[in-house]
Design a protein around this ligand. Structure first.
Ligand code: SAH
Ligand code: SF4
Length: 411
């Protein structure tokens, strides 16, 4: 991706050697049970295995240590045995961009040479890391840049938890081994709102989030993790039971006709089915309320009538409405609603008794805002006309390229 005003860019960190190159198995991303089985299979005596899991877990996830030789509460011989068979490998950071507002976007390379993006958003008193769960997406929401990229593959749990680990490396957010846990953490919250539909990669997301929530691991409470789904209804109950994090739903429309166009999964599970699946979520997951994400698209879903329909639809569901001003991307077939319109919409929702924060776009200058992520090397891009056709819109006008414009449309 080229930019008119290049942001600060750095090449970082060393290249982790991959299993294929080293012949060693990666321990990152395994559940505690799988880690135990893996250690036993490699010769750790069964009666010691539970303790070894606890020790390794703490080194890897609490302190961020990668080198077995530094794990000083293990015997030298055992450390050597581990180093022989295993590695602690993370995605490779190929580029880091820092926005004028402090948002950081990491471009990570993972097995197969694929690329994925992770975004860190610093805020007053907290910091949120936005994780990707897939490379590309099978869904084709017509306002989402990731939706123009076909699914390449699901991320593994190692690659999902690895995004948290590389960001903690970059931010210096690991506590010192042996020292008490730090009160203030730069990464205090996680959101699964990057590339991909997390509920179409359920097991890997679940295992990675369990590692992130584990009190002796990355130790972020389940109320500090929000999973955003476009509405994969059959997996919502399971999310409550098996992950138990907070849930956000990409709602975006108040009639099936409009939602069919914006979030095509609506044709499979419509608004009524989605709302039904949400009613039990707070009780099952013991969480307070569901976030309804609502992207503000000029003239499409932003009228007063929409706002009133929205509050009628969600009546009875403990909810917060997160209004997201549309983030533009090259070729997008929509425009952001005017600010006054967004505020008028927010006001109606607020008066009906719901919190209705307007999400400030972050990192727009580095294409890091919601819905702008896309791996730049993936060639399977759709054309603007295809995007517009899937949204049921007329094809957008062709942009006449200035002779001095960069090749890449994101320039
Ligand atoms: N696939 C999941 C999570 C990733 S998208 C989902 O759809 O929920 C995270 C949020 O950003 C979703 O609410 C999504 O609808 C929204 N989004 C996508 N493209 C956007 C854009 N261009 N501008 C603003 N929000 C966008
Ligand atoms: Fe996929 Fe979410 Fe984008 Fe829809 S909004 S295309 S589900 S990433």
């Amino acid at each position: 991706m080229t930019h008119a005003a290049p942001p600060i860019t750095q090449d970082l960190l060393t290249v982790p050697r991959r299993l294929a190159e080293t012949g060693r198995a990666n321990l990152v991303g395994l559940t505690r049970d799988d880690l135990m089985a893996t250690l036993i299979a490699a010769g750790t005596p069964e009666r010691q295995a539970k303790m070894r899991v606890a020790q390794l877990w703490q080194w890897i996830y609490q302190w961020g240590v990668r080198d077995f030789a530094a794990m000083t509460n293990l015997s030298k011989a055992y450390r050597a045995q581990l180093a022989e068979a295993f590695e602690i490998a993370l995605p490779q950071v190929v580029r880091r961009e820092v926005s004028a507002d402090g948002t950081r976007k990491y471009l990570l390379r993972i097995a197969g040479g694929h690329e994925v993006e992770t975004v860190y958003i610093p805020e007053e008193g907290r910091g949120t890391l936005c994780l990707s769960s897939q490379i590309g997406c099978t869904l084709t929401c017509s306002f989402c840049h990731t939706g123009t990229q076909k699914l390449v593959r699901n991320l593994t749990s190692a690659e999902i938890v690895g995004q948290v680990m590389v960001a903690r490396d970059d931010l210096g957010d690991w506590p010192e081994p042996g020292k008490p846990k730090r009160e203030e953490r730069l990464i205090s919250n996680l959101v699964l709102m990057g590339m991909g539909e997390p509920l179409y990669n359920f097991e890997a997301v679940r295992d990675a989030m369990r590692i992130c929530m584990d009190g002796e691991g990355i130790a972020l409470g389940r109320r500090r993790i929000t999973l955003s789904t476009s509405g994969v209804v059959p997996e919502i109950g399971r999310t409550a039971r098996e992950i138990g994090c907070l849930l956000a739903v990409s709602f975006h429309a108040t009639t099936d006709a409009v939602r069919d166009r914006l979030v095509p999964i609506n044709r499979k599970w419509n608004i009524a089915a989605l709302l039904d699946s949400l009613r039990d979520y707070p009780r099952l997951s013991n969480s307070e309320r569901i976030t309804f994400e609502y992207v503000m698209l000029k003239g499409v879903n932003d009228s007063d009538a929409d706002a009133r329909r929205l509050v009628r639809l969600i009546a009875g569901i403990p909810a917060k409405i997160n209004l997201i001003p549309f983030n533009e991307w090259p070729g997008a077939p929509y425009e952001r609603s005017d600010w006054e319109r967004i505020e008028a919409f927010a006001d109606i929702v607020h008066k009906a008794g719901y919190a209705s924060p307007i999400r400030t776009p972050r990192g727009e200058d580095i294409m890091a805002a919601c819905g702008q992520l896309k791996s730049e090397t993936e060639r399977a891009r759709k054309t603007r006309a295809e995007v517009a056709a899937e949204a049921g819109l007329p094809a957008p006008p062709r942009v006449i390229r200035r002779p001095d414009a960069p090749d890449h449309p994101e320039g």
